[in-house]
Design a protein around this ligand. Sequence first.
Ligand code: URA
Length: 262
Amino acid sequence: MVDADQLAAHLEFFKELGIDGMRRDSIWRARSEPPPAPAEPASADVVTRAVPEPGGSGPGDPLTIAPPAVPLFATEEEALRALRADIGEECSRCKLHSLGRRQIVFGVGNPNADLMFVGEAPGADEDIQGEPFVGRAGQLLTKIIEAIGLRREDVYIANVIKCRPPGNRNPEPDEVQQCQPFLFRQIDIVKPKVIVALGKFAAQCLLETDVPITRIRGREFAYRDAILIPTYHPAYLLRTPSAKRDVWEDMKRVRAILDDGK
Ligand code: URA
């Protein structure tokens, strides 16, 4: 059942997208209808990452048992809390700590989420509030989430970089190198079914590619144990509203995977 709030959120987002009518193949199709055939990714597009096994023991070695890469905690919430503590309050692993960041912006949302969004780095609003995607781009992201029938608190939201780069410049390679492992651990704890990489920077970092976002969006990638869907960053949508239609296509695909597991 779609309730009145959800319907209102849909209609608002549809209006923003410039959609003035409904198509029969909308995301709200009956579950019994066959899903649209997924685009066949080229084999070079498929990226799978195993969790590394410290100690280097192979799966066939009967004498040594590799410790789990992710330490065991009673709940994902606890594991995330421990990871946050691991980063520390005054992380100084990269130079961003001395370049004006106010606080670390770790991540927010459901520790058991099926859907995770990954952005680039906190902006000014996020740096003040300590939460990812709370500024204008974040408000648009919240609408996008609501348009597929979820609430912001149902999903998990994080960034590749946890501290604001000065003047919102692009994160630099040494900053990515220091911070990205924490994102990987967040992904391994939450274990989402679908990861949406928001924008060129997040998509290229996660997929370790420099292929332009225009060429990787609209495709799906096996990534760790999830399906990764690159799409445009909400900040780009604010500047380029015509790109909202592509994002809507991507989000319908996300909804279908969450509904049907394919
Ligand atoms: N842009 C991002 O990539 N992340 C945020 O948290 C906010 C804006």
